[in-house]
Design a binder for this molecule. Structure first.
Ligand SMILES: NC(=O)c1ccc[n+]([C@@H]2O[C@H](COP(=O)([O-])OP(=O)(O)OC[C@H]3O[C@@H](n4cnc5c(N)ncnc54)[C@H](OP(=O)(O)O)[C@@H]3O)[C@@H](O)[C@H]2O)c1
Length: 231
């Protein structure tokens, strides 16, 4: 069974559909239920899946979802924390509340979800986490202070977790996409060349490459971006 946060659109949706195609039951998390239901339908997983409205910033709501996972499946086999938001503003024009809200979703939200799901995965002795990082976890882009801070922070969190999970059977393959053509760009100010962005299916292909590798081999991270360079 695979848990995908942000499963109602963009990368979360594309990855969920692929995981459904591979036979995983799906547990999809997001704030709005209808897009999650649409993804389940696209994945042909209405029977073997569940759409759980959940704000990943809400620790109690996340714990309730993890409880449903434990009750029905015992533990997650795959977790894709893809819920995330973007924002662009010069550093000094970034309102503190906006800064905090973005970190709450992109960083703390991933922490809460993994913290809730990991004990059962470790007890079962296997599992696979595919965090959605970003080229913005490694490179600085003017105007992206909050987003870069969230993704650089997430990279630190994930790398510590990787060390702590050694020997538990729970794996991490970190995905570092560059600009990918998803709805996250719809609300971002700027004149973006969407045609030059990575198609979401290529991020799915990267995840599939890791899933299909011989079990003796762990693909620890994959970075991919627009062929013409960062946008
Ligand atoms: N697109 C890119 O260029 C790109 C590149 C690198 C990394 N990423 C990362 O990839 C991930 C997916 O992004 P995307 O491009 O697929 O964007 P997207 O299409 O906007 O999807 C983001 C999803 O996150 C959900 N979400 C947002 N806030 C949430 C919250 N507080 N609780 C639960 N769900 C929440 C949204 O659903 P609701 O609104 O219904 O909650 C939405 O389904 C993000 O972490 C993003 O940072 C994207």
């Amino acid at each position: 069974m695979a848990v995908v946060s942000g499963g109602g659109s963009g990368l979360g949706r594309e990855i969920a559909v692929e995981l459904g195609r591979r036979g995983y039951d799906l547990v999809l998390l997001g704030r709005r239920q209808p897009p999650l239901e649409e993804t389940l339908a696209l994945a042909g997983a209405r029977e073997a899946g569940v759409a759980l409205p959940c704000d990943v910033r809400d620790a109690e709501a996340v714990e309730r979802c993890a409880g449903e996972v434990r009750a029905r499946w015992g533990a997650a086999d795959v977790v894709v924390p893809a819920a995330g938001v973007g924002a662009i503003a010069p550093f000094e024009q970034t309102p503190p509340d906006d800064f905090a809200a973005l970190l709450d979703t992109n960083l703390t939200g991933v922490f809460l979800l993994l913290r809730a799901l990991l004990p059962a995965m470790k007890e079962r002795g296997h599992g696979w986490i595919f965090p959605l990082l970003s080229v913005a976890a490694r490179r600085a882009f003017p105007g992206w202070a909050a987003y870069c801070a969230s993704k650089w922070g997430l990279r630190g969190l994930i790398e510590v977790l990787r060390e702590e999970l050694k020997g538990t059977g729970v794996r991490i393959t970190a995905l570092y996409p560059g600009a990918t053509d998803t709805p996250i760009w719809d609300a971002l100010p700027g004149d973006w060349n969407r045609a030059a962005m990575v198609p979401p299916r290529e991020v799915v292909r990267a995840l599939s490459y890791a899933l299909d590798a011989d079990p003796s081999t762990l693909v620890e991270e994959i970075q991919l971006g627009p062929a013409g360079g960062a946008l």
